[in-house]
Each structure stands twice: as C-alpha cells, then as structure tokens.
Design a protein around this ligand. Structure first.
Ligand code: FMN
Length: 174
C-alpha cells in the first residue's frame, strides 16, 4: 500500500469502545510505545509517560473518572497518558501528538482504541492517587485498547464523518 493510503487507512479507523475478551499482552504495549516514543515534541521534552493497566477493578474505577470514560471499564487494557506538569504551553499539544501515534500503532497491530478524558480536575487527582503517579505528572487522558468486539447497538451520540478538505483549507496566494 502506498504511504499516503496507509496513513489515510490507519487514521480513518473509527474510535472503538467495545472489545472482546482477548487480553492485550505486555509485549504489544511495548511495541506500541516503541513506535510512539519517536514522536517529536516541543524542544524534544518528551513530556509524556505511560501506564498500562489491565487490572479489571482498576479499569472500572478509572472508567468512573470522566463523564464519557466508561469505555475504559469495558476494555481489557488501558494506556494512561501522563503529561508533565511543567507549565509549558506545548505540553498538551505534545500529548495529542503522541496519543495519535499510539492510536495509529494500535490500529496497525489490529487493536481498537478510544481516547478518554479524565475530568474534572478532582478526578485527575483521584486517578493519580489510584495509579500511584509520581508528583510532577498528571493523568488527564487515557486510551482504551483491545481487540474490537461487536459494535455497540443504538444511535451514536456524536456525529461521525469529517469536514471536507474544501471546508478545512483556505489559502493566501498558492
Ligand atoms: C482529546 C480527545 C478526547 C476524547 N475524549 C473522549 C472521551 O472522554 N470519551 C469518548 O468516548 N471518546 C473520546 N474521544 C474520542 C472522540 O469522541 C472521537 O475521536 C470522535 O468522536 C471521532 O470518532 P470517530 O473516529 O469514531 O468518528 C476523545 C478524542 C480526543 C481526540
């Protein structure tokens, strides 16, 4: 497959919030991080760390820490994204970049994934306590990972599809 098609195919994979029982081996998580660690970041700060969780009880507790985080509880595994609490404007942008790489690598390995936002701030603190996160790091987001199960029945609450290139791109003298 051509590079552009490959990127399009991996990137266009919809979020997966329903998983089968197959567990995600540690080796697969390592493969994902081995790819993701090459993501560029502002001043090469690499302001990210990751915690893999497969403990069911912990996944259930984490799934309660955001209004739309329940899919964590339904997943066999979650990768918690820790962002450096360093006050730099670019940190969350960097985290977005690395999570995209994680998602692409997961898709390439046949896994489904979905982002989860841990909020409000009190829940970020709760997640940090549950995960025994070192000070200086904050778990604002997580990525559910697993082998896709049957799609969830019912109407989706959020729209799918994307804006067209025409809607997205404007130019000055190209
Ligand atoms: C920063 C960010 C935060 C997100 N937080 C959540 C979340 O808390 N819960 C959830 O179910 N999906 C979450 N998502 C997934 C989005 O809802 C999903 O990417 C979007 O609806 C497009 O879905 P689709 O690719 O299936 O069309 C998040 C995505 C991003 C990029």
């Amino acid at each position: 497959m051509e590079a552009l098609d490959l990127i399009r195919t991996l990137n266009a994979r919809p979020a997966v919030r329903s998983f089968n029982d197959r567990s995600v081996p540690l080796e697969v998580l390592r493969q994902i991080i081995e790819v993701a660690r090459w993501t560029g970041s502002a001043r090469n700060r690499q302001p990210w760390r990751f915690i893999g969780v497969s403990d069911k009880e912990l996944l259930e507790k984490l799934g309660a820490l955001g209004a739309y985080a329940q899919h964590i509880a339904a997943a066999p595994c979650a990768l918690i994204l820790l962002s450096a609490d360093n006050g730099f404007q670019d940190t969350e942008f960097d985290l977005g970049k690395v999570s995209q790489t994680v998602t692409l690598a997961a898709t390439a390995l046949g896994l489904g994934s979905c982002l989860a936002t841990i909020y409000p701030e009190a829940n970020v603190t709760k997640a940090a306590t549950l995960l025994r996160v070192e000070s200086g790091w904050r778990p604002h987001h997580a990525i559910s990972l697993g082998y896709p199960g049957a799609p969830m029945p019912g109407k989706r609450a959020i729209t799918t599809g994307r804006l067209s290139t025409l809607e997205l791109l404007s130019t000055h003298r190209l």
